[in-house]
Design a protein around this ligand. Structure first.
Ligand code: ADP
Ligand code: ZN
Length: 748
């Protein structure tokens, strides 16, 4: 049909439910699905992705706008990427464009620059390697020449023998260097750096080897594998071994972690094994580096050099192809979930989508699997592989629970430290071992209250109390609002007393109690600067810090060999959450923290200071009944129809005007309830809760109301989700209320 006008549909980086149609001007080249084009939409220019070509427009052709240009310099988006966007949009009830925008956030920057920078970066990196090899070749050539000279001049037989041996080995080195250079220059070479000898192998212990075989059995059945292994059992070694296997087969590996800040140690460990085949990707990297990595991933597909990519959830959206394996490390971690902006996706579940799309293996690992995973294993959808033996053979840390209420009565508390804990810390330090103290709140104090009128100092923009910091500021931890701490109540002028000690205060108290010890703190205040973080972790692992105090960050992923004691101060704040997941999360956190301790040959001690010593969470940790605890929680979830037995969707309405947020929430609540509470066959509880005010119901001058819908997991699920999405969209349109409502599937 030559000569006919060509029409295409595109995906725009917007919250847009349809894919608009454009005309390709006659003089323009043809395009394919996945190509990027510049188009005008609502008077703005966008970089769009071609979703379909050769379409027949259903609107008046005269009204269809032309494509402005084809961005040929940008790599083509792969079909698997678009499939993933569609799956994510479907599941998380957002638009495909929103996923595209998350996947390619740099579309907003100057395109010309982007192209030039991407080209240059790649060229320069390859060039750098090539350059260093060239220098080596020059050195080796000089060496060969010298040895040849010496050999020809040598008289003694013994000297001749030495020189000829040296000459031989120099020639061999030179040959290898030349081959390496050829590999770099010949990017299309399929056999680039795929040889086993390029990677450092691992030797598994018998228990690990058994788990490894079971894992690969699972892979062969094309089932996701859940590796449940106590901390220190060598899960990471098994991931590395599996990744090696993939890379040796020329396949790529995606290694997901919940947070990159804490993965420095892991990064070092992986780079030891994979060298320059390791790339690290996360949203904290500069746009230029992210682009660079995106292009490297795309290129790897073309030049056949396999990579292992270590990254956070956003690395799921890189242009992966030829994937052999996805590792989801610490799969239970709620940091995998993105709460804002859309797509509000969970990295773990999205990785499972990837596994289907790419038909690759996937391994989820944790010492404390999520209930969702336990449920998947019970149902036989995933293969459970257990590894209950620590590599270095040390037992799990002993646990001591200290009742702070009882201690206080006995005058056994100095500030936030009990006499017993102080004793344990002293003993540990005397043995030359290290201590980590967990306090779940940062700052100096989390609440300030007037001793005279009882007024609590609140953020003027949020419905939360301000936190007092040790630098004389009062800070809102939600919106960042800051004011000076005067110590006086703004209402009546009375004295303010500080309640709820945070990490800064614990640090202060520890400095007074243990004046000889070297003490450091790790929380989101210190980690604003990544260098500080890295330095603290480095110093601690090299024994240059004795006591490390921090928030949840200190419970995750570190492997310190000399840790004799871990302690939680004020553990009650871990339990207090009004959330059906609270116990599960507290258990995971405490168990993870315990696992940090005594990781080598030695058994450590885990101290919990709490005013609720009888709480079931502690009991279960004491009794080491993790598995039974999980089945107990699972039963509870089943009884109350909570996830994983149902799917929860949360609708949030935000508005600067309180009256309007209440009115709108009430209105949409009624619409949803009318539709979803009908015919509640076999549902115990009302599937719709709310509208209700969340625990923090005003943030940054936005009032918040929520509605929770719990949907049964059956065939009707996806249809009902779709209905809900349309209901919200219609409501927004009819009431001209765009931009206020968010939908969150599987809220964390
Ligand atoms: P996990 O990931 O389960 O917490 P790791 O893989 O970090 O466990 O292993 C714990 C420690 O034991 C690490 O210091 C690691 O180097 C060591 N280790 C585990 N397995 C092996 C092995 N097969 N060979 C050598 N060291 C090992
Ligand atoms: Zn605030």
């Amino acid at each position: 049909m030559k000569g006919d006008t060509r029409y295409i549909s595109v995906i725009l980086p917007l919250k847009l439910e349809w894919e608009p149609c454009y005309r390709l001007p006659a003089e323009m080249n043809d395009v394919n699905s996945g190509d990027r084009v510049k188009v005008m939409f609502a008077n703005k220019e966008y970089l769009a992705v071609v979703s379909e070509t050769g379409i027949i427009p259903d609107t008046d052709p005269v009204k269809i706008k032309p494509v402005l240009s084809i961005e040929e310099g940008l790599g083509r988006i792969l079909p698997q990427e678009i499939t993933l966007w569609r799956n994510v949009a479907d599941y998380y009830l957002c638009s495909v464009g929103e996923v595209y925008k998350a996947a390619y956030p740099h579309v907003r920057i100057n395109l010309e620059e982007a192209r030039a920078a991407a080209k240059e970066k790649i060229a320069s990196r390859e060039e750098k390697i090539a350059d260093s090899i060239r220098k080596r070749i020059a050195r080796l050539e000089a060496k060969v020449e010298k040895r040849q000279n010496m050999l020809s001049k040598a008289r003694k037989e013994s000297a001749r023998l030495t020189y000829s041996k040296e000459l031989e080995s120099a020639i061999a080195d030179l040959q290898r260097a030349k081959e390496a250079l050829a590999d770099i220059l010949d990017k299309t070479s399929k056999n680039g750096l795929q040889r086993t000898s390029d990677y450092k192998d691992v030797t598994l212990s018998p228990a690990q080897a058994l788990a490894y075989r079971k894992i690969w059995n699972g892979f062969e059945q094309e089932k996701p594998v859940m590796l449940k292994g106590v901390t220190g059992s060598g899960k990471t070694e098994i991931y590395i071994k599996s990744a090696l296997e993939c890379l040796n087969n020329g396949k790529n590996v995606l290694y997901l972690v919940p947070e990159i800040a804490l993965s420095r140690q892991l990064e070092e460990r992986l780079s030891e094994h994979f060298g320059d085949r390791l790339m690290t990707f996360h949203s904290g990297r500069t746009p230029a580096v992210r682009r660079d990595i995106t292009e490297s991933v795309r290129e790897a597909a073309e030049n056949g050099r396999p990579y292992i990519l270590l990254g956070t959830r956003s690395s799921l959206f890189l242009p992966h192809s030829n994937l052999g394996l996805i590792v989801v490390d610490e799969e239970h971690d709620s940091s995998y979930k993105q709460d804002s902006p859309a797509p509000r996706y969970n990295g773990r579940d999205t990785a499972l989508m990837m596994h289907k799309i790419h038909n690759c293996s996937i391994i989820l690992g944790s010492a404390t699997p999520s209930l969702e995973e336990m449920y998947n294993c019970q149902a036989g959808r995933h293969n459970l592989v257990e590894l209950n033996e620590r590599f270095h053979g040390a037992g799990e840390a002993d646990i001591e629970i200290i009742d702070t209420k009882a201690e206080r009565k006995k005058r056994g508390m100095t500030g936030n430290f009990s006499r017993k804990l102080i004793g344990h810390i002293k003993k540990t330090l005397a043995r030359g071992e290290q201590v980590i103290i967990l306090r779940s709140r940062r700052a100096w104090a989390s609440v300030m209250q007037c001793e005279n009128c009882g007024e609590i100092v609140k953020c003027p923009h949020c419905n939360v109390s301000l936190s007092r910091h040790n630098d004389g500021r009062m800070v809102c931890h939600y919106c960042g609002y800051t004011a000076r701490f005067t110590g006086k109540c703004a209402k009546c002028g009375g004295e303010l007393s500080s309640l709820g000690a945070g990490t800064q205060r614990i640090e202060e108290e520890a400095s007074a109690l243990f004046p000889e010890a070297r003490i450091a703190r790790l929380d989101s205040d210190t980690s604003k600067n990544r260098n500080v973080d890295t330095r603290i972790i480095h110093d601690f692992s090299h024994g240059e810090i004795d006591i490390l105090i921090g928030t949840q960050m200190v419970t995750k992923g570190f492997d310190f060999g000399n840790l004799g004691l871990v302690a939680v101060v004020g553990a009650d704040s871990l339990l207090g959450m009004q959330d059906f997941r609270a116990d599960e999360k507290a258990f995971q956190l405490l168990e993870q923290f315990r696992g940090r301790c005594g990781r080598r040959e030695q058994k450590g001690l885990f101290v919990i200071q709490t005013s609720q010593p009888d709480h079931p969470v502690y009991k279960k940790i004491m009794d080491n009944e993790g598995t039974e605890f999980n089945s107990h929680l699972l039963q509870e979830r089943k009884d109350f129809n909570f996830p994983p037995y149902s799917r929860i969707i949360e609708i949030c309405i935000k508005d600067r005007i309180e009256e309007r947020v209440c009115r709108m929430a009430g209105k949409i609540g009624t619409i949803i309830r009318n539709s979803f509470s009908e015919g509640k066959i076999a549902i115990m509880n009302d599937p719709v809760t709310g509208p209700f005010s969340p625990a923090v119901d005003k943030v940054a001058d936005q009032h918040i109301r929520c509605i929770r819908i719990s949907l049964r997991k059956d065939r009707s699920l996806s249809g009902r989700k779709g209905t809900l999405k349309n209901m919200v969209r219609d409501f927004e349109k009819v009431n001209h209320y765009e931009g206020h409502i968010t939908i969150n599937v599987d809220p964390s």
